[in-house]
Design a protein around this ligand. Structure first.
Ligand SMILES: [Zn+2]
Length: 150
């Protein structure tokens, strides 16, 4: 048994890097429960001209590619913001074991509010969910990003 080690700082670093690229500052990490980081990414929807290029989608794709497998059974996903419905469903398809997220997202979140994807009967795999990790830091990044756009 290895002691719990949060990867939220790395996810926050990815969110910060995304902001510097002009992307909405959200970052995500996939880690093995033993602490090994498999993939880290921030939003790239603008850069890739891809509305599905959310941080969570990118880390799931990158981790699956790195591991050469279509599922991430047993792996942990860290993300700075509550996942949207698309990303929550992708986590279910990927069989993510544990989801750690930071700030809640009343506007677009799909986990604790809105569609509440994981509570639907047709969602066949539900990760353990831990919310509010470094929520203040994640929220501050988003706030300063959107304040600058005004
Ligand atoms: Zn998303």
């Amino acid at each position: 048994m290895s002691p719990f080690r949060s990867h939220m700082q790395l996810a926050l670093d990815e969110a910060q890097a995304a902001a510097l690229r002009g992307e909405v500052p959200v970052g995500a990490v996939i880690a093995h429960p033993d602490g090994r980081v498999i993939a880290a990414a921030g939003n790239r929807t603008r850069e890739l001209n891809d509305p599905t290029a959310h941080a969570e989608m990118l880390v799931i794709r990158a981790a699956c590619a790195a591991l050469g497998q279509e599922r991430l059974t047993g792996y942990d996903l860290y993300v700075t913001l509550e996942p949207c419905p698309m990303c929550a469903m992708a986590m279910s398809h990927a069989r993510i074991a544990r989801l750690y997220y930071g700030a809640s997202d009343p506007k677009s979140g799909g986990v604790a509010q809105g569609p509440r994807v994981f509570s639907h009967a047709q969602c066949h795999h539900v990760p353990e969910i831990y919310d509010g990790l470094r929520a203040g830091d994640a929220g501050a990044l988003l706030k300063s990003f959107f304040d600058r756009l005004r």
